[in-house]
Design a protein around this ligand. Sequence first.
Ligand code: GDP
Ligand code: MG
Length: 470
Amino acid sequence: QKKSKDNLRCPVVCVLGHVDTGKTKILDKIRRTNVQDGEAGGITQQIGASFFPIDAITEKTRPVMELHKVEYNVPGLLIIDTPGHESFTNLRTRGSSLCDLAVLVVDIMHGLEPQTIESIGLLKKRRAPFVIALNKIDRLYGWEPHPELPVQQALEMQADSVKAEFQQRYDFAVRQLQEQGLNACVFYENQDVRTFLNVVPTSAISGDGMMDLLFLLSTLPAKMLIDKIMYHENLECTVLEVKAIEGLGTTMDVIVVNGKLKEKQKIVVCGLEGPIVTQIRSLLTPQPMKEMRVKTPYIHHQEIKGAIGVKICANGIERALAGSNLYVVGEDDDEEELKDEVMKDLGGILKKVKKNEDGVYVQASTLGSLEALLEFLERPGEDRDGNPNPPIPVSGIGIGPVSKYDVMRCGVMLEREREWEAYACILAFDVPVLPDAERSAKEIGIPIYTAEIIYHLFDAFTKRVADIKA
Ligand code: GDP
Ligand code: MG
């Protein structure tokens, strides 16, 4: 089957931004208003993502579609909503990123914040198109909600003082974006989407701008991504998360962007100790809301087609790595070649690690976030005087929650000479610490620094070095 404009897949969207800007609330808001609409047009919950069919989006966004006289040509949107996968780093596969399109949420009362700037850096690097949701407009003093109107009209209805405050805060955000090398413009005045980033004012509390956000996400792909979202059969699949589920054993949550997966297929994924070859035992998606009374929480599928989020049950995947690509070993495929292919990401990452030398132990949620962390530690920016910060060497890595095993591996640094004492610690980015890991870290005296912002780990380590010297 040839790629064509008549056979588009859903664009995969992710939401990112600084903590507390309203990422979760925005997802909740667009999900709930759609769920309330009942069965037919409603959204479906998938693994790690929500699917918004275009009919439901059309229903919700009619006023803004009419205002702009635009029709949609995508079949819907697949919005990634796995908690803990809010940093875009986690969602990239080699050479490309899993997300076609991103929403960068900015709190209108705060403007750009550290994680916003970090996200911008990543989005630029991956050349991913994105829109800015300038959120919490309901906090403008005296804001009157009009969620039933396009946000442009809702703004026109506001008192002059509200309009003035909006303008002032909006201008400030636009200036801050300019300092990051980005031209931005409110979307309904944007004449040139290739030069100007679209800004959409939103409130996840009052619902203002929610239809505009959905509208933008549904129209932008046709302008910027049409080639990328033409469906094709070549499998593009990324592991989002590996976790144990009661009654199912260890499972892998994956996003299939393109192509199909079938039960019983032989697959290969990347593991910390080497490639993992196994067989798909089952392919699962959650039961729809209204079926919640049914005993089993999952629907079994013999075959699924991208773009979709599914859970894979298979043997031997305990050490599979989140962020890994997933390949199917077909009859004509060379298994060894695919094994090499799937390990390439990790290989690139391991090159940055000085095994058996002195350095800290780092832990991250996925291959992508680990790579971002290692890149940062190699060149950790500049200090206040503009001098480059010294790199932090790394001697060991882990992916997923910090386990006792990681603490033990880091523990060997304690046996090194005193001058390297500072390296005997774990820098954990965007991952939880398991209770027994915490216990044994205390016992042997390994501090674990956790953070959701990469450079906070740098700060923690810098402070540790200073404390030890003092
Ligand atoms: P996240 O960390 O980006 O996922 O942020 P959350 O969605 O958890 O929101 C952080 C806080 O901001 C919560 O208390 C939300 O209720 C609040 N919040 C989120 N969106 C809005 C908004 O549009 N308006 C107002 N007033 N509060 C909001
Ligand atoms: Mg959140």
